[in-house]
Design a protein around this ligand. Sequence first.
Ligand code: CP
Ligand code: NVA
Length: 310
Amino acid sequence: KEPSAPRHFLDIDDYDFDTLRLILDNARALKKLIKTSPASDWPKVAEGKVLAMLFEKSSTRTRVSFDVAMRQLGGETIVLNRNDMQLGRGETIADTARVLSRYVDAIMMRCTSHEALIELAEHSAVPVINGLSDRSHPCQILADIMTLEEHKGDVAPLKVAWIGDFNNVTASWVHAAVRFGFAMTLATPKLLQPPRSFLDWANDEGGRITVVEDPAVAVAGADCVVTDVWVSMGQENVAERETLLAPYQVNAALMEKADKNAIFMHCLPAHRGREVTDDVIDGPQSVVFDEAENRLHAQRAILAWCFEKV
Ligand code: CP
Ligand code: NVA
């Protein structure tokens, strides 16, 4: 990277442990400060700055947490929906990046294709943040690791079980497992398993990632059980996916097979009654709303890092 290159935040596997640790430690410090001090004491690391948030898909958490994070840090946001922009009429991503870079100080994009995000970053003079792509969801998983640490302490000795589809959220969880050193077992139907090349990457990096078909095998002794929707935004073959994934519901019977102190995580939105039952998501092991709250705390730290304030 050129010394003057913007600090993009595109994927967890782009960064080493020390960088991720720095961002997470700052997230924790800012969470504590903002909960205990008046607004006049909060670091205004985004003062005078504007974040453009470009959406090709729906969002509640990512949109609101980035907006609030920018305001708390002294900055502002502009929300842009693809179809309201010339991008929706054929202007290129590269030209959009060149133009937006002249107006704003950072760009967050939620996109249909990860290639678009890479292209945006390549042509942007300001930091680009991945607000979810078809490949990954790194901001979510930084908040998830923060939540895991708050509930379970040091994550390196933990065993995390992923139940369901291998998707963008799973990919970022695996990136985090490799960088933070915890073991992960994915229980997914054969037709929805990760590509061989992805698992080879994880193993080559020293990751402890196992893929099985039986959810009961994955959760045995797990400290954390995670799932996500069976059909991600933009995915097709809904009926086929729902049939394949029906045996992968996280319910009380499955949770009982995990460690008795295991926590349940889900990035939300949840499709209750499909991938998770009400008794689990609303039960004592669920930390899903702490996880959702930590999106805000993680976003502040990601923004501070992109603005080179940490
Ligand atoms: N978890 C998450 O990214 O939620 P939104 O789709 O609401 O942003
Ligand atoms: N895997 C889900 C995550 C939503 C936050 C999706 O891409 O729709």
